[in-house]
Design a protein around this ligand. Structure first.
Ligand code: WTA
Length: 637
């Protein structure tokens, strides 16, 4: 069997789970022994959650790209590693076998080296979903540079903030990116982001859209030209840099409850073992299968289940440049038929949106190759679950509802496809190595079943966040201080009569819009940048397709008085400061915000009004101006 640690039966899962709790070091030592190491570890785990200080496989040396590429060359070198499908259904797809991908990664790693990139340097990657994005990511890992991939939908300002926080020295981008009917001028966005930046030395630009770009002498270089240079001079080899188990592999920025996104840090060994282990077990991947994860590599889902998890397992990973609804809502289904996809891993938002287009699109394609379906990023409602199960899986494919986070590196709570029982809208049981628990507001452990509370994890797992880049205290504060000696997820959760977990959503000021994490404070900061805005408060409300929509209450002092135009201007500002994903769905102008006497905004009330639940707003007597609530209620959109 290719994956000796793949759990094939419910009994095997139970035994593995128990061992992972009772003898975690032995358990993970066994799993890790199936990887390629330059040097074995001295100790499997050292940890405390107070600092926090978590180290896995201490003393071990490795390079993750040897595990994702080199070790497969002799056995499955001619098997597709990446199949790439264009945004444009008419454009020919691309296939990169493991040998070809290895060649290209090594080649681009040499380009990076030629341009001065060294181990530990931060390289920002801002690209569309083309194979070069995966190649750039792996090339960084090859030479030990720290990649920080930024989703192609973020604005110049959002990039600038991330570049500054990471003190990034290099950017890899494209001239532009195709997304549905649009071509997004990525290089232009990078140029804007670089105004005032002092740390970036080089910008490497890959060609995709042939949109005109301005190349700045001495700073900007073309990917293709640089490849030619290494082709003519070069040694085609680029030895994999020897990395310590706990060296940083990447930084990925994500939103929290404050305005400033945090740079979540993952390290080499633990992340590798975790993404591989979870990939192989959750999806029950079998060699030869085609795995289609529809996420963007700019999010953690793409990092873990397009790039590192599948490739370290020698899988074939399908990478799709486009969107589910262009040229029409049958795009996913056509891709599944075209490549005989076996595993489809997508987000509830996509499912809900495609449900709305009716079954004609689905029935036009042969989906019989599908074996496993997966859901990620937000709670999946029962209606979407059943639609997915019946119409896409034809009643035959298990659905894995995978709960996890940027900070957890890989899946934490999920059924294992066809191995452990599924329950609609429930992530179900923890993976081996994951010890979840529920705590109440006072920090007391909630025992037993049929209960609800705040979801925490009480023991380290290999793929966990190690720090927030350059600000360890922030990591401690955010995740390890709410409950002493627990990692706090920020999610609320139920545990049913059989111990199955159901994640109900964030309990902090983080929204989940179309499966994208957005902090309310971040959106407020962006709205407040607009000249006419005095103050604002942002809350989420239930949205049929996006899961959550963004509702903004704004005190506005704009002079021209046209509310419609003012709303448009504010929306445009948010797009500029963060990106289109953070645009408010609704903006209500209000004369004031409900505040307590100590000046704290009563978000509970605003949330209820946004949800349309105005009958019982609870106690409003502690408000500075209780009359305001009626005015806000009346003006609700
Ligand atoms: C939410 C995405 C319910 C949750 C991998 C979490 C989910 C946040 C699920 C992390 C799920 C993710 N069911 N909620 N299966 N998966 N979430 O960092 O609120 O982009 O805290 O990672 O998404 O979002 P992130």
């Amino acid at each position: 069997m290719p994956y000796p640690y793949q759990l094939k039966t419910l009994q095997a899962y139970k035994e593995a789970y128990q061992k992972s709790v009772e003898q975690p070091e032995e358990f993970w030592g066994d799993v890790a022994s199936h990887f390629t190491w330059k040097r074995k570890w001295d100790k499997v785990l050292e940890w405390n959650f107070e600092q926090p200080d978590v180290k896995w496989f201490t003393g071990a040396k490795l390079n993750i790209t040897e595990n994702c590429l080199d070790r497969h060359l002799d056995t499955i070198g001619n098997t597709p590693a990446i199949i790439w499908e264009s945004n444009d259904p008419e454009e020919h797809h691309r296939v990169l076998t493991y040998k070809e991908l290895h060649f290209k990664v090594v080649q681009f790693a040499n380009v990076l080296k030629n341009n001065g990139v060294k181990k530990g340097d931060r390289v920002c990657i801002y690209m569309g979903m083309i194979p070069e994005l995966a190649i750039a990511t792996l090339a960084c890992a090859r030479i030990g540079a720290i990649h920080s991939v930024i989703f192609g939908g973020f604005s110049a300002q959002a990039i600038a903030d991330r570049l500054e926080d990471a003190k990034a020295e290099y950017i890899i981008t494209c001239d532009g990116a195709y997304r549905g009917a649009k071509a997004i001028p990525l290089k232009d966005v990078v140029d804007d982001a670089l105004i005032g930046n002092h740390t970036i030395k080089k910008v490497i630009v890959a060609t995709r859209t042939r949109t005109p770009v301005s190349m700045i002498k001495g700073r900007d270089i073309w990917w293709e030209d640089e490849i030619k240079k290494v082709e003519t001079h070069g040694n085609p080899d680029c030895p994999a840099e020897e990395m310590d188990a706990e060296d940083i592999l990447f930084i990925l920025y994500t939103s929290g409850s404050t305005g400033k996104p945090k740079g979540v840090v993952h390290t080499c060994a633990g992340y590798m073992v975790w993404t591989n282990y979870t990939f192989v077990n959750v999806f029950q991947y079998e060699p030869g299968q085609i795995h289609f994860c529809t996420a963007d590599v700019g999010w953690i889902t793409g990092h873990s289940y397009i790039v590192y998890g599948p490739l370290s397992a020698g899988a074939t990973s399908l990478m799709f440049e486009g969107v589910p609804t262009w040229p029409d809502a049958g795009r996913f289904w056509q891709i599944i038929e075209k490549f005989k996809v076996n595993i489809l891993y997508t987000a509830p938002t996509a499912i809900r949106s495609l449900m709305g287009f009716g079954l004609d699109f689905v029935n036009g394609s042969d989906l019989s190759s599908l074996k496993t379906l997966g859901s990620v990023g937000e709670p999946i409602n029962e209606e979407a679950w059943h639609w997915f199960h019946k119409n896409i899986g034809k009643g035959n494919c298990p659905i894995v509802d995978t709960w996890w986070q940027t900070e957890t590196g890989g899946v934490m709570i999920s059924n294992l496809a066809g191995v452990t029982p599924a329950k609609p809208a429930h992530a179900t049981l923890p993976l081996p190595g994951v010890q979840p628990c529920l705590l109440d507001e006072n920090g007391a452990l909630i025992e037993g079943n049929t209960v609800s509370g705040n979801l925490c994890i009480q023991f380290p797992w290999p793929g966990m966040i190690r720090t927030t880049y350059n600000d360890h205290e922030r990591c401690r504060q955010t995740y390890f201080s709410t409950y002493k000696n627990f990692y706090f997820t920020g999610d609320g959760c139920l545990r049913d009569e059989n111990g199955n977990y159901r994640i109900t959503g964030r309990v902090d000021d983080v929204l989940n819009v179309s499966g994208h994490r957005i902090g309310t404070a971040e959106v407020e900061n962006a709205i407040n940048m607009h000249a006419g805005v005095v103050e604002s408060a942002v809350v989420g409300y239930p949205h049929d397709i996006k899961g959550q929509g963004i509702y903004a209450y704004v005190i506005y002092d704009g002079s021209h008085g046209d509310a419609h135009l003012s709303r448009q201007d504010i929306t445009h500002t948010v797009s500029r400061i963060i990106g289109p994903i953070a645009k408010p769905d609704k903006i209500q102008f209000v004369p004031g915000l409900p505040k307590t006497r100590s000046g704290k905004i009563m978000r509970r009330i605003l949330r209820k009004i946004a949800e349309g639940d105005v009958s019982n707003l609870g106690d409003t007597s502690t408000l500075l101006d209780p009359g305001l609530v009626d005015i806000i209620k009346e003006g609700r959109i």
